[in-house]
Design a protein around this ligand. Structure first.
Ligand SMILES: *[C@@H]1O[C@H](CO)[C@@H](O)[C@H](O)[C@H]1NC(C)=O
Ligand SMILES: *[C@@H]1O[C@H](CO)[C@@H](O)[C@H](O)[C@H]1NC(C)=O
Ligand SMILES: *[C@@H]1O[C@H](CO)[C@@H](O)[C@H](O)[C@H]1NC(C)=O
Ligand SMILES: *[C@@H]1O[C@H](CO)[C@@H](O)[C@H](O)[C@H]1NC(C)=O
Ligand SMILES: *[C@@H]1O[C@H](CO)[C@@H](O)[C@H](O)[C@H]1NC(C)=O
Ligand SMILES: *[C@@H]1O[C@H](CO)[C@@H](O)[C@H](O)[C@H]1NC(C)=O
Ligand SMILES: *[C@@H]1O[C@H](CO)[C@@H](O)[C@H](O)[C@H]1NC(C)=O
Ligand SMILES: [Cu+2]
Length: 203
């Protein structure tokens, strides 16, 4: 019995991986990699390396809009980078069967293809997601939408997703709950808030 518990604990530690995604590398409007395959329990760590981007959860069907239904998506908020400090924002994947979709909420960036996916499927592929963006752009190319996403470091909050039955809050720095298969982790909100105080246009 005790032996079994120990093995289970080791297995769960061994299976949890950290997957790093670079945001804005080489001043590009990119997430690198563009999509990842993650197991339940894996932590996705977004390292912001340039400019002023976000990691904002959308739905598959509406790629450049923050997910609001069935519940609010996760959102890093704007993370400006001053070239010296590279803030990291992360969350845990709770459900590997649920694809998760993200975009950058900075003005124009989603339109330029700054999108990201976790566990895309054959039916909901990353390529299909990109096609939806292109189609949405063709329809709404004239509308100038100013982002309503908060510029505050405290915007790194999330809420429960309807399909995330096992989701649970686990943040240490700011409140969080889970979204469709994602739970935000404690992150360095001090760095984020400090970075937000730095002036300059980083679009
Ligand atoms: C994953 O990152 C967290 C901090 O975000 C760290 O505590 C943990 O040790 C890392 N795990 C692995 C397997 O690298
Ligand atoms: C995981 O996601 C799949 C697909 O959305 C869903 O059918 C399933 O119920 C979810 N599992 C849990 C435990 O939430
Ligand atoms: C994927 O698409 C195929 C063909 O449209 C469909 O038969 C299948 O049920 C879909 N699978 C899922 C999991 O939605
Ligand atoms: C998704 O990620 C994989 C692995 O990084 C990559 O090979 C593939 O090209 C990506 N898909 C798209 C459509 O970019
Ligand atoms: C988009 O803008 C062009 C020129 O500015 C205009 O001719 C066209 O009617 C607009 N289309 C829509 C759907 O608003
Ligand atoms: C960069 O920002 C960090 C906080 O994010 C701050 O500690 C550091 O002093 C800044 N460096 C410069 C050169 O502005
Ligand atoms: C980051 O971008 C947001 C939205 O455009 C803006 O409100 C904020 O002032 C920018 N931060 C910096 C430091 O440029
Ligand atoms: Cu961006």
């Amino acid at each position: 019995m005790r032996f079994f518990v120990v093995i289970a604990a080791i297995a769960s530690i061994a299976s949890a991986a950290n997957i790093t995604v670079k945001v804005g590398e080489n001043d590009g409007l990119t997430y690198d990699p563009t999509n990842v395959t993650a197991a339940a329990g894996d932590i996705i760590q977004f390292e912001f390396v340039a400019k002023n981007h976000t990691v904002t959860q959308s739905t598959f069907a509406d790629p450049c809009q923050k997910m609001t239904t069935p519940t609010e998506g996760v959102d890093s908020g704007f993370v400006p980078v001053n070239g010296t400090t590279f803030p990291v924002w992360s969350f845990t994947v709770n459900n590997a069967s649920a694809p998760l979709w993200f975009y950058c909420a900075q003005t124009g960036h989603c339109a330029k293809g700054m999108v990201f996916a976790i566990n895309p499927t054959a039916n909901k592929s990353f390529a299909a997601f990109q096609v939806i963006i292109a189609a949405a752009l063709a329809t709404a190319s004239n509308s100038t939408s100013s982002s309503s996403a908060s510029g505050s470091g405290t915007s790194i909050t999330t809420s429960a997703g309807a399909s995330a039955a096992t989701a649970r809050a686990s943040a240490s720095a700011s409140s969080s709950t889970a979204a469709n298969g994602a739970t935000t982790m404690g992150h360095n909100s001090v760095i984020l808030v400090a970075a937000l105080a730095i002036g300059g246009v980083l679009l």
